[in-house]
Each structure stands twice: as C-alpha cells, then as structure tokens.
Design a protein around this ligand. Structure first.
Ligand code: DAH
Length: 368
C-alpha cells in the first residue's frame, strides 16, 4: 500500500476541507479493500491508527494543530468522521479475514440431531470377577489384591514349590530379564497365579482370615481357543481354628450353585497342588446337558472348574515366620483358585477366549 504523505492544507474553508478529507478517505477505502490476511490488516491498523506515526496522527498534527480558530470545529468533526470510517474499515477487514471459513466450519446447526454417546458397560471379565467376589463377600469374605510382578519367593517358594522342583514346570513362567545376580528368591517374574497373595495376606494379618483375591496372571502359554498368556483368577483363602474339608466342600458347593444355578451338583476329584494337602479339582454337573453327557462335557456329564484343597502345613510354616499365630497345630484352612475366563465362557456360552481381548464392539455390546 502506498503511503502518500499528508499534504499541508492551504485553505481551511468548508470546500477545501471536504476535498482534502475526501482524498484521504478514498485512500483509506482503497487500501482497506486490498487487504488480505491478518498481517496486512495489522499493518493497515498501524499505518492509519498507529499512535506515533499513523496517518490520523499526522493529520492531527498537520491540519488540526495549525488551523485558524474558526475552522477548528469543522475540522475536528471531519477528523472524527474520518477516524470512524477508518475504524469501521478495520473492523470489517479483521472480521472478514481468513478466519471466516474456519468459523463457518465450526458453526453449530442446532437443528441437527445430537451425537448419542454409548453408555459404558462392564467388560464380561470384570462382570464375572465381580459376580464371583460378591458370592464370597456375602459369606463374610473380604477382597484383597497383590502385585502382578512377583518375586520367585512368593510365587513359588513359599507356596511350597522348592527351587528346581518339577511342580514348577506346571506353570510355564514369564520372568523379568537380567535378574541373574539376585538370589533366586528375589528374582522377579509375572505371577503365574493369584496364590502368592495368600501368603502376602497371612504375613500382614493373623488368623482368622477369609479373603478372595481377584487378579490378572500370566503364563508362557501359546494362545488357542481356550488359552491366553494373560488371564484372570480368583483366589480364596479361609483360615481359622477347626476348618475342615467339609467346610471347603460346603463353601464351594454353595458358590457353584450361586454362580451357575441351584440345580448344579459338585464333586471333588483327587488332584495335586504343592500348597494344599489333600488337593482336589472341583467338577460341576454339566450345565449344558444337565449331566446326561454331551459334546461340551465330553460325554462325561461333569465339567472341571477349579482347584482347591486344605492349606499344606508347609505353607503355614512360611507364614509363621512373620505371623507366629499360623501354627499348623492350632489352626487349619482351605484354599481355592479358579480361572475367571473359563467361568465366563461357561456362563455366557463363549467358545473363543480371544473374544474377551479383541475389543470388538459387536461382542462387547452384548454385555451392555
Ligand atoms: N494356583 C492354582 C493354579 O493356578 C489354582 C489353585 C489350586 C489355587 C488350588 C488354590 C488351590 O488356592 O488351593 O493352577
């Protein structure tokens, strides 16, 4: 934009003033019309309204200050009118900048229907975890948690898996790298079961104990329709005076009926776990065929669902190192551990364990 100098006025009569202001106003209008972009608008503002070197300041100095007294009023009015014109031009130019398109794009059409937000829902695994824990909460159990990165000691040793004992091979373990310089008991791994939280609980609290522990566990297993390297378990532990295998049977029979319906029967099948003696697998009558035998139960009428047993005195001996009240001569207890995915798959008729982790809304939406 050309910045022509403001000429000095030679005459101050009405016609001369109109002409002079007319010329300047015309210059302002032409300059404003050619503006594009925020920077140009700002330059225009400085050029016309800038306090020190703006053209209006110059007009004020060259025309107003030197005008004869009788012309001052008319000059002042015309000056103010010109200033209003320039400000108007500036407002227009600023408002009509490139922002306009952006503003239009953001404009809200309030006549359009709104975006409906989907209501969140519990994941079927979370829901099953909650169902299981609330069955036991109703029996007076509290709920505990423990770390997912565990030491060799808690995951294995104190659960009566001695170092190098073949029972460790039943739980293919993911270990944390570069632990070789530590003593074996301190080496870190991803817990393969929730059982270590039994010991963590006993170490911090003398008997009686009634606790369920829901949580995530890891195994170095290949994924297939029913296995996943990450899955969930609910652990249970009950320790008191005179706890017997009958208490274990009654508690788990009740829990299975609460989870699968009062028609299910349970049976306790001899098994082995290092941390329980005796140990059992709990089987429930097949919920698909009622026990007659079908493809789901491999014609046996029974489905194996969880492990359990009476707490091994060797486990109490480890607990007694920190809490002497865990004296196996005075107290007894039972423990159990169940796979949450397996229970959820049975309850909801899911055939692929991977469906839980795929994040497919068509699957998850069915639990909303
Ligand atoms: N920790 C066992 C596993 O992951 C499950 C289990 C079995 C837990 C028997 C127990 C129990 O507390 O008594 O295979």
């Amino acid at each position: 934009m050309m910045n022509e100098e403001i000429p000095n006025l030679t005459a101050f009569d009405e016609a001369a003033l109109d002409k002079a202001f007319g010329v300047v106003e015309q210059q302002a209008r032409e300059a404003a019309a050619a503006l594009s972009g925020g920077e140009a608008v700002e330059a225009f503002r400085l050029q016309w309204l800038g306090r020190k070197q703006g053209r209006l300041t110059e007009i004020s100095a060259r025309w107003l200050k030197v005008a004869p007294p009788e012309a001052k009023k008319a000059l002042g009015q015309k000056f103010n009118a010109l200033k209003a014109v320039v400000e108007g031009l500036l407002d227009e130019a600023a408002g009509a900048g490139p922002n306009d398109a952006a503003l239009a794009a953001e404009a809200i059409d309030i006549t359009l229907p709104g975006t409906r937000r989907l209501t969140g829902a519990e994941h079927p695994i979370t829901r099953t975890l909650n169902e299981i824990t609330s069955v036991f909460a109703a029996l007076g159990y509290s709920v505990g948690v423990g770390p997912e990165v565990e030491t060799d000691y808690y995951n294995f040793e104190c659960m009566n898996f001695p170092p190098d004992h073949p029972a460790r091979d039943t739980q293919d373990t993911l270990v944390v790298a570069n632990q070789d310089r530590r003593p074996q008991r301190d080496r870190l791994l991803l817990r393969t079961h929730t059982s270590p939280v039994q010991m963590r609980t006993m170490e911090t609290q003398p008997p009686p104990v009634r606790i369920v522990i829901p949580g995530k566990v890891h195994r170095n297993d290949a994924a297939d329709a029913t296995h996943s390297p990450i899955f969930h378990q609910v652990e249970g532990l009950c320790v008191d005076t005179n706890i017997t295998f009958s208490d274990l049977k009654g508690t788990l029979d009740h829990a299975m009926k609460a989870l699968f319906g009062s028609a299910v029967k349970t049976r306790f099948y001899p098994s082995f776990f290092p941390f329980t003696e005796p140990s059992a697998d709990v089987q429930i009558s097949c919920i698909f065929c009622g026990g007659k035998g079908c493809g789901k139960c491999k014609q046996s009428g029974w489905i194996e669902l969880l492990g359990c047993g009476m707490v091994d005195p060797a486990v109490f001996a480890f607990a007694a190192e920190k809490q002497p009240a865990y004296d196996p001569k005075k107290i007894s207890g039972f423990a159990f551990g169940m796979g949450v995915e397996r229970i959820a798959m049975m309850k909801y008729g899911i055939s692929e364990i991977g469906s839980f982790y795929a994040g497919d809304m068509r699957f998850l939406g069915q639990f909303a």
